[in-house]
Design a protein around this ligand. Sequence first.
Ligand code: IVH
Length: 678
Amino acid sequence: MSQTDPRLLEEISQLRADLDDANYRYYVLDEPKLTDADYDRKLQRLTQLEAEHPTLISPDSPTQRVGAAPADGFPEVAHAIPMLSLDNAFSREDVVAFAERVAERLECLAEEIEFSCEPKLDGAAVSLVYEQGVLVIGATRGDGRIGEGITSNLRTLRSVPLKLMGKDLPELLEVRGEVIMRHAGFEALNDRARDEGSKVFANPRNAAAGSLRQLDPRITATRPLEFHAYQAARLQPDRGDTTHSALMARLSTLGFRTSAELSTMRGPQAVADYCEQLGEKRDQLGYDIDGVVIKVNDLRHQRELGFVARAPRWAVAFKFPAQEEVTTLNDVEFQVGRTGAITPVARLEPVTVAGVTVSNATLHNADEITRLGVMIGDTVAIRRAGDVIPQVVRVDTDKRPADARTITFPDHCPVCGSDIERLEGEAVARCSGGLYCAAQRKEALKHFASRKALDVDGLGEKLIEQLVDLDWVKTPADLFHLTAEQLQSLPRMGEKSSTNLVNALNKAKNTTLARFIYALGIREVGEATAANVANHFGTLQALQDADLAALEAVNDVGPIVAAHIHTFFRQPHNLETLQALLDAGITWQESEVTQGPTPLEGQTWVLTGAMDTMTRDEGKARLQSLGAKVAGSVSKKTTCLVAGEAAGSKLTKAEQLGVEVIDEATFIERLAAWEQSE
Ligand code: IVH
């Protein structure tokens, strides 16, 4: 047998370490390090090396997250220690009563007891078993004694370490926690499902549980799932940790995501305060929680307290108000958005959902109305979570009144009367009126003036609606022809606010290409895409002239977005509006169109440490506009490292690898020279 080249082994091991580290930073710490492109490049390289040398594949390699074939069913897994449920508390008094019960058993004062408090995550409970640091079994809770073995599915979650981090690894570790789906991922998944006519989930919990129970792990791998650890059920050796909070800190060093909200509190009043404060923060977390889990922090005390029936005596779940309530659907109205999309909006009998009064909910589109089978007059379940728009999730058809009415989708725009079109394969129906439609015009103008676009101070939504209703403003360019005298005649517009607005409009004329592109409101061109496009093309003319292939070459621009941009710049009325805006005096600093290859084409740069004269983001943007790639970590492929103040491990690594290192002053000199030469 031929000996394996040590350089190959070294490269494979470095790639694995880099990818594990990138996963950990991205999925556990929320501090991305590699760009997506760099991550993909490394993963591809590793996949290629492993394909060429299959004997070198190991089950804990980052390439092996999706390796298993679809299963026929899931094997049973008996939990070595049952996965229990928790008793509930609903009020301050319940929390105090729990602490008193604990105190009585421990023969101490409730005020003296230390509790560990953390969010009660609303997802699916799972258990992960690690032997000698390697993940061997992942299972659902099941009935608490026997769960389903879903190891192959859990391996696809990048927040689940395939092997534990660090040196001092336990022989045996069973970690328990919750698999959750964040609101943003949940919304995106359901939006996609609505477009494709596939299964829509009622809430993130169902989506998480359903995604975990896929027989094909490749499907689970596409779902935005996260594992959050909340308990070390078995740990050998235990290294003498004596509290739950210390164990959680240990889990974090072993590579798990634990709750950032975890806090220890002494006495029931402090615990109840924590519950109240977390309740206030609930809407801002970005994922569903349904309460607080309160645990006696001292592990010896936990053992002493033991269990009753299905629940431990040492913990309780403080429950928040439900996020789903039932009410009546009084009517349905149809709203017209910026791109003409017609959205049916449910007008509801007002109902308080998790502390907020809800009187409207989205019904998304015609297919959703069919899917729900909802009629006007129906009793419906409404869900409200975080910043997500309230949704109708279910209909109780048993309660349908005799006079319930079918919802009819209009065939003409309710605002401008134009035909409504629904393109083949699209779930969304749109008003065909374009900027003729006052509703679309209003939304387009609101977008144009918004903070991330031209950021026109003092031009609020109500004012825009008035200006459109009066026919003073038809296109964004008309905004710049408004005069203070004219504005003063509007209700609630004095001399001062009129002058201020005209000044703000003048100020907004000086902008950046990225903001301008974003402000145009091209379909699916958000802030980030606009910035990428601006960076890539440098000038509006270059962007306007770009063909589909050139557009698709931009970072993060796929065929659909490329087509939207291409179409936008080929509509005569859009070109007229663009010209009118430029004539009105909108300007930005143009970077020259680069002729031929850019000076740093093909180079990979890394920035580290703090700089005095610019932020790292600025440095990165300037390098990118010169054609360089900017990576998050130093490797053999790095062309140059810019080391600012207090540069740490990247500097050491660059020195080890013999990568060129320059300081801030040299960096600035070189940037200036390259930018001149362009
Ligand atoms: S500790 C002995 N901590 O709540 C029980 N559970 O009713 C130990 N849950 O399905 C459970 N977040 O999956 C604990 N931070 C948290 C939790 C949590 C959610 C779930 C758990 C179980 C249920 C218990």
